[in-house]
Design a protein around this ligand. Sequence first.
Ligand code: RB5
Length: 140
Amino acid sequence: MKVAIGCDHGGIDLKNTVLSVLAELGHEIDDQGCSSTDSVDYPDFAKSVSSLVQQGECRCGILICGTGIGMSMAANRIPGIRAALCHEMFSAKMSREHNDANILCLGARVIGPGLAMEIVRTWMTSDFAGGRHQRRIDMF
Ligand code: RB5
């Protein structure tokens, strides 16, 4: 599966960790940056990753900033994007099964790399359940 990923300066270390999980799972990766700890503006990266997902270039995306909040707010402004900020496995699983989340947001200053890796594994391997959940998604 092709996965878009992006971060700001607050998320770059965790992004490198997440890249290793995606590679381990065998996914093709489109890394939209950033690529250093120089201060950048997270909406730029939220927009570029969201656009790839919206256009079908990538099946899903992962966005990482300090808290994950700014990335999720910015990504959810893009039509067709359902970005879920998840800091534990239950929400990660449910965001796929019930909400068909197409972008996972993580806060690098909120959780450690070990938990983040498990959240990414859970999110990437959970499937949308459809049915009544599709009807609800179609309502927004
Ligand atoms: C950057 O300092 C920080 O504001 C950003 O990474 C993110 O947490 C915003 O939501």
